[in-house]
Design a binder for this molecule. Structure first.
Ligand SMILES: Cc1cc2nc3c(=O)[nH]c(=O)nc-3n(C[C@H](O)[C@H](O)[C@H](O)COP(=O)(O)OP(=O)(O)OC[C@H]3O[C@@H](n4cnc5c(N)ncnc54)[C@H](O)[C@@H]3O)c2cc1C
Ligand code: SF4
Length: 517
């Protein structure tokens, strides 16, 4: 088998891996980024709802198994930039309280994090600059202490500005959604779930991977699938990554390996790396794959037969009034956001029998929202692999009563806004967009897989930096927190508390010797 050597290997190029690569590129270390997918081409289909939603052009064709052993095609994307290419670019900080334990309805508990908001705050600042976040300080009642946003908020359309006024008249506190958008954005109606044809969306490929690979010390292998991590007999060091690429198997060695395959695939990779350790690598706690979370999410549409909605870019409004307590309960309910415009083709994927013209007529008169609640960690909710390495997702959503209350409250709000009908739709247990929590970080090696800097407790030269590390899912979109933690971990790797030596090129000081200090 062919063997290659680098100083650092990063597996995955999404929010975690891409940000990490960007931050470590400037060390001069010889870095290899392994990405199982290819570049998403800039093409007309990027913005074509039929290509994206009917034909699933960019979605993986892979099939996973659900809790009952039934196959499904996960809504996830394998390409340079990972899921960030398709995200809605809503880039939130967790609330300060999300870092501590939070009591939820029916005895549910959202556990505390091993770090507090203040620890991550400077990295949130950095991540917001890197991903060019637009927002307005002081408008959101749940916002943690912070400085000004790097960019002014994206203006509401006339219709949404009118709705914001009416929401205020209802006693609510709507605020602008924090959005990562770059120069050249034309505020179109094909952003969330579409790739940006203009590369104007702030996502990992354009903000992080492209600048990183412009450096001579950084190499990106696309269509390179990390099959297994190969460790020493004791299981406390990774020696190499076994990579499938262009029909060959290549062994790549590095003294530092960062896994960033997304919460499901990172867990699956560790579980597959079981040649010497039956339960998988870094799994002395037995927690690898467990505590999977994904948010409870319901799409909602307020419909009025005589009001056409002329909004093009609709994803600008948040309602966080019920984030920590509902109107009729002292427990958290979650967040409400306006969504990108629904296209008739998208709606038709739910009930294909109805003619497209009907859907088009309907969605022209609709205003779209997302109600999102926290789901809580449960060790029974987990990623497993079968004997062929195929992924099985055992997931039973919890905290459902709080989510139902949120949806009910939003229905009330929409009816008060004058909408005649409110439609709802949820992907339920198969919703994987906000997957997290499968390789959690913490202080105690019996209760967590990673330490607070996302280094595995068991394996000294192995980090996992993606959505896996979340001990709780909070109820805001996860990606800015993934990016901020990646920047923090990169900082930690660069600092002197890890022993660093000389690279194989002999030019810079980079982590070639990884030992605990
Ligand atoms: C349609 C959509 C909209 C979203 N909108 C938002 C939003 O507005 N705000 C927000 O915060 N979040 C949003 N999210 C979620 C957000 O995209 C994810 O939370 C984030 O991308 C997760 O980052 P990650 O690094 O954990 O994984 P990913 O970004 O998924 O990256 C993982 C990468 O690893 C690669 N990979 C996997 N396995 C292997 C392997 N074995 N070998 C090599 N490479 C591998 C994958 O191909 C992928 O590129 C959205 C997601 C979707 C799908
Ligand atoms: S042009 Fe703007 S709104 Fe449209 S996809 Fe690109 S970033 Fe999103």
């Amino acid at each position: 088998m062919k063997t290659e050597r680098y100083d650092i290997i990063i597996i995955g190029s999404g929010a975690g891996g891409g940000t990490m690569a960007y931050a470590l590129a400037e060390t001069g270390a010889r870095m290899l980024i392994l990405e199982r997918g290819d570049f998403v081409p800039q093409e007309d289909e990027n913005w074509n709802p039929e290509a994206v939603w009917k034909h699933g052009r960019y979605q993986t064709g892979e099939r996973w198994l659900d809790d009952r052993g039934q196959e499904f095609r996960p809504y996830t994307h394998y390409n340079v930039g990972g899921n960030t290419k398709f995200w809605g670019s809503v880039l939130y900080r967790l609330r300060r309280e999300d870092f501590g334990p939070l009591q939820h309805m029916d005895g549910g508990l959202s556990p505390g994090w091993p770090i507090d908001y203040e620890t991550l705050a400077p990295y949130y600042d950095y991540a917001e600059r890197l991903y060019q976040v637009h927002g307005e300080r002081g408008a959101d009642p749940t916002e943690p202490e912070r400085g000004a946003f790097p960019h002014a908020p994206i203006p509401h359309s006339d219709e949404m500005a009118g709705i914001v006024q009416q929401l205020r008249a209802q006693g609510l506190h709507p605020s602008p959604l924090p959005l990562g958008i770059r120069d050249g954005c034309v505020l179109c109606n094909t952003c969330n779930s579409f790739a940006c044809k203009l590369h104007a969306k702030s996502e990992s490929e354009v903000c992080c991977i492209q600048p990183a690979i412009a450096r001579s010390n950084v190499t990106l292998w696309t269509n390179a699938y990390a099959d297994r991590l190969l460790s020493n007999r004791a299981g406390d060091r990774v020696d190499a990554v076994e990579v499938r690429r262009n029909g060959d198997t290549v062994r790549v060695e590095a003294p530092l390996v960062v896994v960033s395959c997304g919460a499901v695939n990172s867990a699956a990779l560790l579980l597959r790396s079981n040649d010497r350790h039956k339960a998988g690598l870094a799994n002395s706690s037995g927690l690898v794959g467990r505590r999977y979370m994904a948010h409870l999410a319901t799409m909602m549409q307020g419909f009025h037969p005589f009001r056409k909605n002329a909004t093009v870019f609709q994803k600008t409004v948040a309602i966080n009034d019920y984030y920590f307590r509902g109107p009729h309960t002292p427990f958290p309910l979650g967040q409400i956001q306006s969504q990108g415009r629904t296209h008739g083709v998208m709606a038709q994927t739910v009930v294909p029998q109805v003619p497209l013209s009907m859907y088009d007529w309907w969605v022209e008169r609709g205003v779209d929202w997302l109600a999102m609640s926290e789901d809580l960690p449960d060790t029974r909710n987990r990623v497993a692999i079968d004997s062929t390495g195929r992924i099985q997702l055992h997931y039973r959503p919890n905290n459902l009563r709080a989510h139902r209350m949120l949806v009910k409250e939003m229905k009330r709000i929409l009816h008060r806004l004058g909408f005649w009908v409110v439609m709802t739709h949820s992907h339920g247990a198969r919703n994987t967009t906000h997957q997290c929590g499968t390789v959690v970080f913490g202080e105690d090696p019996r209760e967590s897989v990673l330490d607070p800097y996302c280094r595995t407790h068991d394996v000294e030269n192995l980090f996992v930096v993606d959505a896996s590390f979340f001990p709780s899912s909070a109820a805001v979109n996860p990606a800015l927190t993934i990016a901020a933690q990646a920047l923090r971990v990169a900082d930690h790797i660069r600092r002197a508390d890890l022993k660093v030596g000389t690279t194989s090129t002999g030019t810079t000081s980079t982590p070639t010797t990884m030992t605990r200090t």
